[in-house]
Design a protein. Structure first.
Lengths: 490, 380
């Protein structure tokens, strides 16, 4: 069967491995463990909760961790259930650890089950840490990160991803600036603005690119998800109280430096016409913080490494293809949460639980729960789709680029180089564009500029963005940073 | 021209200069095949004396002279190679190789083991032998291919990407068969001559034309590190690499090949295996590559790995490229089989093809590269 490596006692395989300790991963772990499976939960964070229930750093953690968190009681209940499973040995939590590679059953590893290769999130591996974990079934709940678009001046200090601003607040209790504009599109702009305001920043505006009228078309769906409606309303209320202007059909078209030339000083606004055209307005806002968010990009490195099929979602993100039981196109591999389509924490919880039940081979034992979960997933998915449709990335966003605007900040690739590659050098797809310009080849491996690069490649050919544009910009091997030396340790 | 890789692009460039009307047909995008998966080294150091070394020196002269004006476009850099040997036996083999190469006009300078760190400060101590090759150079293969095609287009060539060649139209008479057109996914293209520059897929193209050509893909992985301040000055590789390029071995061959790039990343190769067009990451192979590299540069152990990629070299069983007309089918030419050296050899190959096709004398004898050497081989 399998070859035992000399000297190293082989770890027994788990029934189920869950990667990611956010809402989906926690729900999956709790479900599979409840159904009698031995589960290992691997998460990059020191504490469970993921980005949604992000804790303050251990050093500054305190009794007020929950302040400003949604559904904190849901987290506490799940966490408590997992803690009990850990006590009985049904669940094992491997913290502060990232999976850098996945080998499917029967691959080079020669194992009959999934082999996950692990590395510490930061620092050198310690001797007690397992270097590999094997499991019969695998559930990936990798979450997502902020989607960004290049804007003239976005490389100035003081420009941040909206999620990054929130992470600083939740994780380090640090306010990234005093006068902020929050811009982009999507419901996530609201909590970020609200948290900034509550922590003492002056939020001079929330600029939402889409027009609120877009919502109208989806009212029936919104009405079927009252909790979401209430959530939005509560943010709206807090923002109104903090006198934060909420402007729709408005974008930040240019970011300018302050008098030092080295830090954000102001933003120039533009209006998005009903014809989709952008028009720069004469208005500018003085700020020292620009928080930008254009929705989210699911983290797909593990999904691709495992060989599961992907597709383009309504919001133009690359997402994993899953069936009614959250199973991917690879047998024994389940995917839940944002990686199947951006949809928020409630949807992730439902998908995670369903994946946990399915990976435990218990859908036939849990018929009514499964039915309820599927209903919930359908309802929340419909809401997510409505949200994505009403908050699209402005199709003509690239019109605000100047030849000097950096598309890829890591490799300092300017828009002029991208245009030259798509026109003179016949870069007809994103892979070619990336290899010719180095867009997406630097430190972030396309996390930041991947969507923009793929979109510009498609636009260069006057065609719609497709999965082939996005795939080459989704990072693959290694799925997490690893030192060359650690590659050899096993 | 079938294929818009480095070889097809270079042929298009030189043929337009001879006044040919050229149509490049590529099923993917520009440089979709091997040419986007290599490091772009233009090496003389790894060639044993013989026709391939002659072609390398001929190409080297083209890079430096006729094409020098474009060097910046494709980031031509004459950074030199450093070949090292860790064992006494490999050291002797390396010195012998260098002596033979010098006879052929290669600039190969023996480096005393103590002096190796003057060239590469981070290399391990205690090497048995080292040779410095100042002529080894580098280009960025994607930029090379894209710019050669741009120049060819400017001279009248047509480049059609996303068009798949699916077959040939052949006119047969009693004494000979001749190509009159290629069939593609977008219709039939009439032509007088066809050049098969399909890289590792060249065997498939030959089969479509009813001739046998034993070109096969030989997979290679490359590891890419995080960007670092300049750490490695040359292309550095272990002397065993030469043996590995020349080997008949069908299993996995790994030897250390390490170099820095302009972007600051360090590229680490190399592996050679016959596994068809299988792209999936193979951890055992990557580990073998990393381990060989760390043996030469132990300090790299702490460096972060950013990504890896795989490519397929167009392997020819006798390690010589296949360049010239196919006598079995008139009008069919081959320009392929360069295995791990097709970027470096692309321009020499192309210029010779353009001379031969124009009916002129060629700067170098094409006979050793003739497809005729495989004609006795029965179709597989
Ligand atoms: C890891 C690695 C490292 C390397 N390092 C170096 C190096 O340092 N220096 C060096 O000189 N070489 C190197 N090489 C080798 C070099 O990449 C190749 O020799 C070279 O790219 C071959 O070029 P080509 O144009 O013949 O083939 P390709 O670039 O593969 O071009 C062939 C083209 O034909 C197209 N095609 C195939 N079938 C059809 C069809 N039916 N219809 C239409 N089009 C078709 C393909 O899509 C492809 O684009 C390396 C290779 C690898 C894998």
């Amino acid at each position: 069967m399998s070859v035992q490596r000399s000297g190293v006692a082989k770890q027994p395989a788990y029934d189920v491995a869950v990667v990611g300790g956010g809402p989906a991963g926690l729900a999956a772990t709790a479900a599979a463990a409840r159904l009698g499976r031995r589960v290992v939960l691997i998460d990059a964070g020191a504490q469970l909760g993921g980005q949604y229930w992000r804790h303050a750093n251990v050093s500054s953690a305190g009794p007020h961790d929950h302040v400003g968190h949604r559904d904190w009681e849901v987290f506490e209940a799940l966490n408590e259930r997992i803690r009990r499973h850990r006590q009985t040995g049904a669940a094992v939590h491997v913290a502060a650890t990232q999976v850098w590679f996945i080998e499917p059953p029967g691959s080079d590893a020669g194992e009959p089950d999934w082999t996950l290769h692990l590395a510490p999130t930061c620092g050198a591996p310690d001797d007690r840490m397992p270097r590999t974990v094997r499991a019969d079934r695998l559930i990936l709940c990798p979450g997502c990160y902020d989607r960004q678009l290049p804007i003239p001046g976005w490389d100035l200090p003081g420009v941040m991803a909206a999620g990054g601003v929130q992470a600083l607040l939740k994780g380090q209790r640090t306010l990234a600036g005093k006068r902020a504009v929050v811009a982009g599109t999507g419901p996530f702009l609201l909590p970020v603005a609200e948290q900034l305001a509550r922590n003492g920043a002056r939020v001079v505006a929330v600029c939402e690119a889409s027009r609120i009228g877009n919502w109208g078309r989806h009212l029936p769906t919104v009405a079927r998800t009252p909790s979401k409606f209430a959530e939005a309303a509560s943010y709206g209320w807090s923002l109104a109280r903090a006198r934060v202007p909420y402007r729709t059909g408005t974008v930040v078209m240019r970011i300018e430096a302050d008098s030092s030339g080295e830090q954000v000083g102001a933003v120039k606004l533009g209006r998005l016409g009903s014809d989709g055209r952008l028009r720069e307005s004469s208005e500018s806002l003085d700020v020292d913080l620009v928080a930008l968010g254009w929705g989210f990009t699911p983290a797909l490195e593990l999904v691709s490494a495992a060989g599961a099929e992907t597709r383009v979602d309504v919001d133009q993100s690359l997402v994993a293809v899953v069936d009614e039981e959250q199973q991917s196109t690879v047998a024994g591999l389940y995917i839940a949460g944002e990686a199947t389509g951006v949809g928020g924490a409630q949807l992730a919880l439902a998908e995670g639980e369903l994946a946990g039940i399915a990976a435990a081979d218990a859908t036939h034992l849990e018929r009514s729960r499964v039915r309820a979960l599927r209903r919930e997933i359908r309802r929340l998915r419909a809401f997510a789709v409505a949200m994505q449709r009403s908050h699209p990335v402005p199709p003509r966003w690239s019109e605000w680029l100047t030849p000097e605007t950096l598309v890829c900040r890591c490799e300092e690739v300017a828009y002029a180089q991208v245009s030259e590659a798509t026109s003179d050098l016949a870069a007809t797809d994103a892979r070619t564009l990336k290899l010719l310009t180095r867009c997406g080849m630097g430190w972030c491996q396309g996390h930041v500029c991947g969507f923009a690069t793929a979109t510009l490649a498609a636009a260069g050919q006057a065609r719609q963005l497709n999965a082939e544009d996005l795939r080459p910009l989704a990072k693959q091997f290694p799925c997490a940073p690893i030192r060359l030396g650690s590659l050899l340790e096993h | 021209m079938i294929g818009a890789g480095a070889v097809g692009a270079a042929c298009a460039y030189f043929l337009t200069r001879k006044g040919f009307a050229v149509h490049v047909v590529e099923r993917g995008a520009v440089a979709a095949g091997s040419s986007s998966a290599g490091e772009g080294n233009l090496l003389v150091s790894d060639k044993v004396s013989g026709p391939e070394l002659e072609l390398a020196l001929y190409s080297r002269a083209l890079w430096e002279q006729e094409l020098a004006q474009y060097g910046e476009l494709w980031e031509f850099e004459s950074k030199g190679g450093l070949v090292v040997a860790t064992s006494a036996q490999a050291g002797r083999a390396l010195r012998t190789l260098a002596a033979e190469q010098r006879q052929r006009g290669v600039d190969a300078r023996d480096v005393e083991p103590d002096a190796v760190t003057d060239h590469e400060p981070h290399i391990r101590r205690g090497l048995a032998a080292a040779v410095h090759y100042p002529q080894d150079a580098q280009v960025q293969p994607m930029l090379l291919t894209a710019h050669l095609l741009r120049l060819a287009r400017a001279a009248g060539a047509v480049v059609s990407t996303g068009v798949n060649v699916t077959g040939f139209e052949v006119q047969a008479s009693t004494e000979s068969r001749r190509v009159v057109a290629v069939q593609t996914s977008q219709g039939t293209l009439a032509c007088e001559q066809v050049i098969n520059a399909a890289g590792p897929w060249a065997g498939e193209i030959a089969t479509m034309a009813g001739v046998d050509l034993p070109i096969r893909p030989r997979r290679g992985f490359v590891l890419v590190t995080e960007p670092l301040p300049p750490t490695i000055n040359h292309k550095v590789y272990a002397g065993e690499y030469v043996a590995s390029t020349q080997s008949e071995h069908l299993g996995l061959e790994v030897s250390a090949v390490i170099e820095g790039t302009k972007a600051g990343t360090i590229l680490i190769g190399s592996s050679r295996e016959h596994v068809g067009f299988e792209r999936r990451v193979s951890l055992p192979v990557l580990r073998a590559i990393a381990s060989a590299a760390l043996e030469l540069f132990p300090r790299l152990a702490g460096v972060t790995l950013l990504r890896s990629y795989a490519g397929f070299r167009p392997y020819s069983p006798d390690h010589l490229p296949v360049v010239g007309p196919d006598t079995r089918l008139k009008g069919l030419w081959h320009a392929t089989g360069h295995e791990g050296a097709g970027i470096g050899l692309s321009v020499g190959t192309a210029k010779l093809i353009s001379q031969a096709m124009a009916g002129e004398g060629t700067d170098m004898d094409l006979a050793p590269f003739s497809p005729a050497r495989f004609e006795a081989v029965a179709p597989a």
